[in-house]
Design a protein around this ligand. Structure first.
Ligand SMILES: Cc1cc2nc3c(=O)[nH]c(=O)nc-3n(C[C@H](O)[C@H](O)[C@H](O)COP(=O)(O)OP(=O)(O)OC[C@H]3O[C@@H](n4cnc5c(N)ncnc54)[C@H](O)[C@@H]3O)c2cc1C
Length: 413
C-alpha cells in the first residue's frame, strides 16, 4: 500500500509514524512544503522570546528520525491532486502515486485587503521563516503595530514583549481573544497587558498602510496615523486546501471528514487544522485548531488508512493561554448552551475569574483567568459528560470546588 501524506506538521508527522507501525510493509511518503525539518508552529513564540533555539521547534529531534523509520520525506509544494489517476502533483511537475492520501496541510494566514498590505515591513507570523524574519527586524524600541489579538496574536505578543519592542495592538472587535474568552475575562486580560506596557486599541481597523523613508504609517479611521517600523497582520487563517479544487473533496471552513477522518472522496483522508469535524460538546461542525487535536486526528486517519478501525468521538475545543504571565483558559461551550445556566466568581483586583456553564447537571463549558489548578479536572468533567447530581448545586455555591466535584462524580461514573 502506498501512503502519501501532504503536510509535515503535527498531524502529518503523527500519521506517518502511526502508518509505519500499522502497515510495516507499506510505503510512507511525507511531503514537506516549507523546506524545513518538520517543526511545530506552537513553539514559535518560545523562539521569539529567546527561550529555545530553532532545533527546539522540531517535532522529532534527530534529522535522521524519518529515514530511520523508513519514512520518505519529500520536499515540495503540492499543486494539485488527481483522484482519478490517484496522483499528487508537485510544483515543478513531479508526480507521486498513492493508494491512500492524507491531507494535513493546516491553514494559512489571511491578510487584510487594504492598500499597503504588500509593503516591505508588513509581516505575518505563521511559519518558522516568518519568525526568523521578525527576529532579524525587531528589537528593543522597534515600533510594532500588531493587528489582531486572537489566540495566536496574544501568543505572538508574548514573544514581541520579550524582544522589548514598542508594541501597539489593534483589535477589530471590542475585545481581545473574543473567540475564546467572554467579556469579563477579556477585560482582565486587556488590563493586565496594558499594565505590562502594551498599548491596546479596540474597535480599530486601519484603512491603509503607507511607507515613507523606510517607515510605515498605519492610517486609522478618523485620520490618525500611527508611525511604525513593522506592521504585523494576525487577523485570521483559512484552510490551506486550494490544491484540492476540482477533486470533489468537500470543504467548508475545513475539509469535511467523518469519524474516521475520511473525506467525501474514497481513499482521501484529512486531519488537523485543515479538517472540520463535529464538536463533542455542541454537536456542531468546526475546525479545532490546536495541536492536540491535530495529533489525535493524524493518528486516527493513519489507522484507517492502514485498514484498521479507529473513530473520533468528536473534537474537544479548549485553549490555555499565557498572556505575559497571566494564565487563562476556555473549555467546551464556554459561551453556554441554549437552556443552560451558569455561575461565576470574580476577583478583578487579583486578576481572577471563573465561569462555569451547565446544561442540566452536566458541566458543558468554562472560562477562567488566574485559575490554573483545575484545568485537567474541567476537561475531564466536560469531555466525560459527567453527571454532577447534587454537586451541581455545590458548584453553584462555590465554583472553585471543581476537584472535589470531579473526585465525587467522575470516579464513580
Ligand atoms: C504562533 C502559533 C502558536 C500556537 N500555539 C499553540 C499552542 O500554544 N497550543 C496549541 O495547541 N496550538 C497552538 N497553535 C496551533 C497549532 O500550531 C496548530 O493547531 C497545529 O500546528 C496544526 O497542525 P497541522 O499538522 O494540522 O498543521 P500545520 O502545523 O499547519 O502543518 C501543515 C503543514 O502542511 C504544509 N503545507 C501546507 N500547504 C502545503 C502544500 N500545498 N504542499 C505541501 N505542504 C503544504 C505546511 O508547510 C506545514 O508543514 C499555534 C499556532 C501558531 C501559528
Amino acid at each position: 500500500m502506498r501512503h502519501v501524506i501532504i503536510g509535515a506538521g503535527p498531524a502529518g508527522v503523527t500519521a506517518a509514524e502511526t502508518l509505519r507501525r500499522a502497515d510495516p510493509a507499506g510505503s510512507v511518503t511525507l511531503i514537506e512544503g516549507e523546506g524545513e525539518i518538520p517543526y511545530a508552529r506552537m513553539a514559535i513564540p518560545y523562539l521569539l522570546a529567546g527561550k529555545i533555539r530553532e532545533t527546539g521547534l522540531r517535532i522529532r529531534p534527530g534529522e535522521d528520525h524519518y529515514r530511520n523509520l523508513g519514512i520518505d520525506v519529500v520536499g515540495g509544494r503540492v499543486r494539485s491532486v488527481d483522484p482519478g489517476a490517484s496522483q499528487v502533483l508537485l510544483e515543478g511537475g513531479r508526480a507521486l502515486a498513492y493508494d491512500r492520501l492524507l491531507v494535513a496541510t493546516g491553514s494559512r494566514p489571511t491578510l487584510q485587503r487594504i492598500p499597503g498590505i504588500d509593503l516591505p515591513g508588513v509581516h505575518t507570523c505563521w511559519t518558522l521563516e516568518d519568525a526568523r524574519d521578525l527576529l532579524r527586524k525587531a528589537g528593543p524600541g522597534t515600533r510594532v503595530v500588531q493587528m489582531g489579538a486572537g489566540f495566536v496574536g496574544c501568543i505572538i505578543m508574548q514573544g514581541l514583549v520579550s524582544l522589548r519592542v514598542d508594541l501597539t495592538i489593534l483589535v477589530r472587535s471590542g475585545r481581545m481573544v473574543s473567540r475564546m474568552m467572554n467579556p469579563p475575562s477579556s477585560a482582565l486580560i486587556r488590563r493586565w497587558c496594558e499594565s505590562k506596557g502594551v498599548k491596546i486599541r479596540v474597535e480599530t481597523l486601519p484603512g491603509a498602510i503607507t511607507a515613507e523613508n523606510g517607515h510605515l504609517g498605519v492610517h486609522l479611521p478618523g485620520g490618525e496615523v500611527l508611525p511604525a517600523d513593522l506592521y504585523l497582520c494576525l487577523v485570521g487563517v483559512k484552510p490551506a486546501v486550494e490544491f484540492l479544487a476540482g477533486t470533489g473533496v468537500q470543504v467548508d471552513s475545513g475539509i469535511l471528514v467523518d469519524a474516521g477522518m475520511a473525506t467525501s472522496v474514497p481513499g482521501i483522508y484529512a486531519a488537523g487544522d485543515a479538517a472540520e469535524f463535529v464538536d463533542v460538546v455542541t454537536g456542531e461542525r468546526s475546525v479545532n485548531a490546536i495541536q492536540p487535536n491535530a495529533v489525535e486526528q493524524g493518528r486516527i486517519a493513519a489507522l484507517n488508512m492502514a485498514g484498521r478501525r479507529a473513530a473520533s468521538r468528536g473534537t474537544f475545543p479548549f485553549n490555555v493561554l499565557d498572556t505575559l504571565g497571566l494564565k487563562s483558559s476556555s473549555f467546551g461551550a464556554w459561551q453556554g448552551l441554549p437552556g443552560g445556566d451558569s455561575v461565576e466568581v470574580s476577583d478583578p483586583d487579583r486578576y481572577r475569574y471563573l465561569k462555569l456553564e451547565f446544561l442540566g447537571d452536566r458541566l458543558v463549558g468554562a472560562n477562567a483567568v488566574g485559575h490554573t489548578d483545575h484545568i485537567g479536572v474541567v476537561r475531564g468533567l466536560i469531555e466525560g459528560r459527567v453527571r454532577l447530581g447534587p454537586w451541581k448545586e455545590r458548584l453553584r455555591k462555590n465554583p472553585t470546588q471543581l476537584m472535589e466535584a470531579y473526585l465525587a462524580c467522575a470516579q464513580k461514573a
